[in-house]
Design a protein around this ligand. Structure first.
Ligand code: URP
Ligand code: ZN
Ligand code: ZN
Length: 471
């Protein structure tokens, strides 16, 4: 038998289905064998004290996404994917975003130019549909879907991105025809605009009021409406970045009725609260994201939704805007009223360690659930499985090797993104990636990245099984 390039020996190997102690043999960048006492490889890793999981699949993150001036994301595909690799993620799915009036095919071409030659790990693209013209719906989207861009996000808020219900129906109908996977940002734009005006008239412009402008009912209403629109069209729908109990209840209700409605949540809804928006001076801007973080009771509700299966996907929603940054949280170099603060927080590197430590380590979820949420389910839902998202013979040799005993205090200076803060500064975690392996290559080891820029490959996504029409 041809020699293995790499053998990961004696680790606790976890997939979404099982946890077993075994060796993993790698050849040509793929898993070639799983077993005990595999023959020696060219390279060997002693994993007896380590947990081996499939490399993370971050199904929702942003990097180098074109923004209206003066905003500019701090991470491009180099720093964004490097940071991902150092946090155990081997596949990222950021967004090729259509600007209103722009051809969506042009947005995809532009996004490829931004990614080409820069990525450290593999990447696929979701699309963001902001202008569903006849040309986009009849020609561009069907062509793109058949070329491997099989999922797309719609927004119910943000003036430059939002669609009305009629437009959402048009896009959902197209998703149904083509078997694509629609995702939606569910917040009611008119409620937010009205509340923002009311708050501003009262002089409430500090970052803390961001949370008051987007209360839970605004998310709940939009979540229910999005689910209703998907039910009308009979198409699956994934609700992204769910923040609290009410929106989650809508998803649970839809699932209990047999609708193909999926839920995603993110670290900010488990580890941050709206109190952090009220930080010293303008510091709260660091935690401005939408929907906003809620309170402790809602954190508990989200944990419960993770453990009970309401959520299928745990993503970072990494949105890299610097704090002391004229292109980030201080547009033009100034503290601004909350409505002008770019939304989103960084977290591509801390996503997995946070859930590993506080979820698996504290007994809230088991290892299989951790793997399902962070790797297997996004790979399945977005058409990358079984190449990505599991450890199986024939699949890509993408792994995270965890030292479950290692204690780490999160500090921004140790992270690899290009953002000048982390909202999780000072959090003490137990369990941290020791090694990240991407297609058989060690890209991160013992705190140091070790990979060639540009080695990451573009992944064309298949049509997701879940999106196949029911009839
Ligand atoms: O506040 C957020 N979530 N910003 C990132 C963009 C988005 O809506 O996902
Ligand atoms: Zn969103
Ligand atoms: Zn996002």
């Amino acid at each position: 038998m041809e020699r293995f390039d790499l053998v990961i020996r004696g680790g606790t190997v976890a997939t979404a289905a099982d946890v077993v102690r075994c060796d993993v043999g790698v050849r040509g960048g793929r898993v070639a064998a799983l077993g005990t006492d595999l023959p020696k490889g060219t390279r060997e890793i002693d994993a007896r004290e380590l947990v081996v999981t499939p490399g993370g699949v971050d199904g929702h993150c942003h990097m180098d996404q074109p923004m209206p001036a003066p905003m500019k994301m701090a991470d491009d595909f180099a720093s964004g994917t490097l940071s991902a690799a150092c946090g155990g993620t081997t596949t990222v799915i950021p967004f090729a975003a259509q600007v209103k009036g722009q051809s969506i095919a042009a947005a995809v071409e532009d996004y490829h130019r931004r990614a080409d030659g820069r990525a450290y790990v593999d990447y696929a693209f979701h699309l963001i549909v902001t202008d569903p013209t006849e040309q986009v719906l009849r020609a561009e989207l069907p062509r793109l879907i058949r070329s491997g861009y099989t999922s797309f996000k719609m927004y119910m808020t943000y003036d430059d991105l939002k669609l009305n219900d009629r437009q959402i129906l048009d896009v959902l109908a197209l998703a149904r025809r083509e078997g694509a996977m629609p995702m939606i940002h569910a917040e009611n734009a008119d409620c937010i605009a009205w509340l923002t005006d009311v708050l501003e008239r009262a002089g409430h412009i500090a970052p803390r009021y961001h949370a008051d402008s987007r209360p839970r009912v605004v998310e709940r209403e939009a979540t229910h409406r999005a689910i209703s629109l998907a039910e009308l069209v009979d198409v699956p729908l994934l609700i992204v970045h769910v923040s609290g109990a009410e929106a989650m209840e809508q998803i649970r209700w839809a699932q209990s009725r047999g609708l193909r409605v999926y839920g995603e949540t993110c670290p900010q809804y488990l580890f941050l609260t709206e109190e952090q928006l009220a930080g010293e001076g303008y510091e709260g801007a660091k935690c401005v994201c939408s929907p906003p973080p809620r309170d402790k009771a809602n954190q508990r509700a989200i944990w419960q939704g993770i453990a009970s299966g309401v959520f299928q996907v745990f993503s970072s929603d990494h949105a890299p805007f610097g704090y002391e940054d004229p292109h980030g949280k201080k547009p033009g170099g100034k503290s601004v009223p909350f409505r002008y603060i770019p939304n989103g927080i960084p977290g591509i590197e801390t996503r997995l360690p946070l859930l590993f430590s506080e979820g698996v380590g504290k007994g809230r979820i088991d290892l299989q659930t951790f793997v399902a949420l962070t790797s297997t389910n996004p790979a399945k839902i977005y058409g990358l499985y079984p190449r990505k998202g599991t450890i199986a013979v024939g699949g890509d040799a993408d792994f995270t090797l965890w030292d479950p005993q290692r204690e780490v205090t999160i500090t921004n200076s140790a992270l690899h993104h290009n953002v000048d803060y982390t909202p999780y500064e000072g959090m003490r975690l137990k369990g941290w990636p020791k090694l990240t392996v991407s297609r058989g290559e060690i890209v991160f080891a013992d705190g140091r990245a070790d990979a060639a820029r540009g080695r990451g490959q573009f992944l064309a996504c298949a049509l997701p099984q879940a999106a196949k029409a029911a009839d």
